[in-house]
Design a protein. Structure first.
Length: 210
């Protein structure tokens, strides 16, 4: 059985726009992915609301994606594939980060994954780097994400550079999937399905290269 780790933020956790409740497993993209791939794959969901790439949130503890990543990898090993989808929360105004710094944060995580020995026989797991989904109207968040829409337009190209530098697979999710206008950040059911479809395709390509 192939083991797939999905490491992300509230869109991996399955946050429902506006309400903050959680979609059921059959709607969340990791759950849809499990259904698409079938019984020969085990999907491990590791989504956390507010998770960043490598930055500490001054208002919420435990949101730095770097802090938990290595223990997470080692606790779930052996992992055949890791899907990394972070960067949305790095666009919050409180961090004041350009797109290049957000992508470099993802690059730090990519190196941790590739150097972890958490794959089969202590090798590196296959890594698929996702850019964050596109954004919708952010009126529900007030000034929290001021300037994020403009910043998000540069993330796909910046993440692609990181993927090329680290030698991992890359999917420009932002070019394919956008959050609805419920709150502009969180995916609606059709968005989750599309992410799952893109993930299934990317996993197929990665497994073939193993």
């Amino acid at each position: 059985m192939k083991q797939i780790l999905c490491y992300g933020d509230s869109n991996t956790w399955g946050n429902i726009p506006i309400s903050g409740m959680r979609y059921g497993e059959d709607i969340r993209w990791p759950g849809v992915l499990a259904a698409l791939l079938g019984s020969n794959y085990r999907i491990i969901e590791e989504g956390l609301n507010g998770r960043t790439t490598v930055f500490d949130d001054p208002l919420q503890e435990g949101r730095n994606g770097k802090t938990y990543l290595l223990p997470c990898l080692l606790s779930h090993r052996p992992l055949d594939v890791v899907i990394l989808m972070l960067g949305t929360n790095d666009m919050k105004q409180r961090y004041s980060l350009p797109a290049g710094d957000i992508s470099r944060g993802a690059g730090v995580l990519a190196q941790i994954i590739l150097n972890s020995g958490a794959g089969p026989d202590n090798t590196a797991p296959q890594l698929i780097l996702f850019s964050p989904p596109g954004l919708g109207s952010l009126k529900a968040f007030g000034p929290m994400f001021a300037g994020a829409i403009e910043k998000s337009r540069d993330l796909g190209a910046a993440f692609k550079v990181v993927a090329q530098e680290t030698g991992c697979s890359f999917v420009d999710i932002g070019a394919e999937v956008s959050a609805g206008n419920g709150d502009g950040i969180h995916l609606e059911p059709e968005g989750h399905r599309r992410v799952a479809e893109l993930a299934a395709e990317a996993i197929g390509d990665s497994i073939l290269r193993c």
